[in-house]
Design a protein around this ligand. Structure first.
Ligand SMILES: Cc1ncc(COP(=O)(O)O)c(C=O)c1O
Length: 355
């Protein structure tokens, strides 16, 4: 059976450069060619994050990188601020608790932007922020939140989930004084799931301590500085992600960011014209990674997802409290020429007649 094409906010349709890389003969991870790919990808990721620091690659999904960052940068008992406005900021909170930290988890409405004025004045060891909240479609005001946090807590560490912002919208680690940023391969890098990374800025590198075993960033950093990895890495995914970054760099990152933003706004324009209500509250910035809409009253999610499926597309529903009340589509993956227009055409049809 033909597989549906993905309009999901991760994983996404693979970039042809990834597909070509994956079709190559298996590389041995201790070969010099593999070492060169590790070096190249680490350098490319740190450069795209606009960081003077270093990227550490990990086998695992984005959540592995979140956990590795929390355990490597903070000790049990550390007080970290986590503004929770969706599924993934909630995950920061859960990871921090599981690692024995004392997170201060402040709840906001899902769909809301976290106001920079909300940064607590009480003493803190750090903050865990989410740049693009994929569960709601909100692009949080990261630069402003980070600036306010730095003002109030100059010594504390700032870690950011950039899983659906990296390679999709500008990320300025040095300018925004971020100490750690996490990402995964199956979103803006248009590669299969299973590879994650933590980019550590100078203060993040300094604060890093050994923690755990497989997800020990300090151990990985040591190995990767020698163009090795501590364990068998997902070398095929490293090769794929490096190939995609090469291809996207050739196109130009600014052009790519603009193209993804426009593609996503294309879905919003169609939905809003037809009377659908976006999940991001009016006045908030929208993530380029996903367009999220409330379901029309009386229309269950399965009806919408089936209608898309009948036309060859897979979409995503809501998570947590938004499960059953929203649907999400994404244009962050790869589309063949004309394919996105076909997706818009099908969406337009569905908006007229949902089944
Ligand atoms: C913003 C954000 N953070 C973290 C994650 C978790 O990543 P993974 O599913 O790769 O563990 C996701 C996945 O959708 C995400 O969108």
């Amino acid at each position: 059976m033909k597989r549906p094409r993905l309009l999901t906010p991760g994983p996404v349709n693979l970039h042809p450069a990834a597909v070509r890389a994956l079709a190559r003969p298996q590389l041995h991870h201790r070969s010099s060619e593999a070492g060169e790919l590790v070096r190249e990808l680490r350098a490319r990721i740190a450069k795209l994050a606009n960081s003077r620091g270093e990227a550490v690659l990990l086998g695992g999904s984005g959540t592995a990188a979140m956990e590795a960052a929390v355990r490597g940068l903070f000790r049990p008992g550390a007080r970290v601020w986590v503004p929770v406005a969706g599924k993934f900021s909630e995950r920061w909170c859960e990871i921090a608790r599981a690692a024995g930290l004392e997170p201060v988890c402040d709840a906001y409405d899902w769909g809301q932007a976290v106001p920079p004025g909300a940064v607590p004045a009480r003493p803190l060891d750090g903050a865990l922020l989410t740049h693009s909240e994929t569960s709601t479609g909100v692009l949080q005001p990261l630069a402003e939140l980070a600036a306010r946090f730095r003002e109030r807590h100059p010594e504390a560490l700032l870690a950011v989930d950039a899983v659906t912002s990296f390679a999709l919208t500008p990320l300025r680690m040095d300018d925004w004084k971020l100490d750690a940023v996490v990402l995964g391969s199956q979103k803006g890098l248009m590669s299969p799931p299973g590879l994650a990374a933590v980019v550590l800025g100078p203060r993040g590198l300094e604060a890093l301590r050994p923690a755990g075993y497989y997800l020990d960033l300090a151990r990985e950093l040591r190995a990767q500085r020698a163009h090795q990895t501590a364990f068998t890495p997902p070398i095929n995914l490293i090769e794929a992600a490096a190939a995609v970054m090469r291809a996207l760099e050739a196109e130009g990152w600014e052009a790519r960011f603009e193209r993804v933003r426009e593609a996503n706004e294309g879905f919003y324009a169609l939905g809003e014209t037809a009377g659908l209500v976006p999940v991001p509250e009016p006045g908030t910035r929208r993530s380029p990674a996903v367009a999220a809409f409330y379901l029309p009253r009386g229309t269950p999610y399965v009806e919408v997802s089936r209608a898309f499926a009948a036309r060859g597309w897979r979409i995503a529903g809501g998570q947590g409290p938004l499960k059953g009340s929203i649907f999400r589509v994404s244009a962050m993956g790869y589309f063949e020429p004309g394919e996105l227009e076909r997706a818009y055409g099908d969406f337009r049809q569905l908006l007229k007649r949902p089944t």
